[in-house]
Design a binder for this molecule. Sequence first.
Ligand code: MEV
Length: 298
Amino acid sequence: MTSTAHGKVILLGEHAVVFGADALAASLSPGVECIARPSPGGTVLAVAPWGVSFRPDDGSELGRAVGDLCAAMGVRDAALALTLHLPGGGGLGSSAAMGVACARALAEMHGRTLRDDELLAFALGWEKVFHGNPSGVDHTLAALGGIGLFNRATGLRRVPMRGALRLCIGDSGERASTREMVHRVARLRERLPAATDQTIESIGAVARDGALALQEGDAKSLGNFMNLNQNLLAALLVSNERLEDLCAAARAAGALGAKLTGAGGGGCVIALAPGREDDVLAAWRAAGVDGRVVEVGR
Ligand code: MEV
């Protein structure tokens, strides 16, 4: 049987969530699919769209992650075949989704179903390989799906919504390491603690108020909070010129709000543009970006 996991979109609150603030996040599907089979030739992880395989001792982070996961789950010698429906390293939670799908597939191979707390613990171990201090928002959404406020101390609180949330997503095509971007904010906080803590606190407040706006179906306020959050992320030094240009192009095309999503430094931007989605996609196309419209939080 195929095991699955969701991708995710952070609507409000990335980076601040690492330091204990709330973030508003939603799952994105399809994310990742995985099938695991016993493998006499040793553990191997094949990632379909890349045409690449990873082994525990090949020196790669994915190889190490799959080796650590098998060890933690007490599994020997599995062949895992992953199909990824998300851009790798684009801020849409591909690495966490891979971890969740692999853990589910390994459990399935042994006829087990993991409890949520077991699955989340295995996925956290996987995420730690890629960056030392994950907040947990990515793998929690990958495992549980839906839409809600996430806090690393209290987990996911679901936000009840009327109908689906439609977003435009565009991939800047640039890539930055999540580990490096998280370090960048930590270094800024060491250098400028008062201002950085203030920014982090403001982002948490924006995420909480954004959740209220979402719950009430107030798209205009939610869009305003996305724009405000983008400015606060720029103050944390995780935006760049390309991301700012794509956000500005989306707003000029009628979006109520636009921001980077995920670790920044590259990756994807999101825009909230009810009824103007085609205009946003056209503006991004003119800037060389192929965007798409998605429904998140299902
Ligand atoms: C990455 O998708 C989100 C960050 O906030 C890191 C984390 O929460 O672990 C940048």
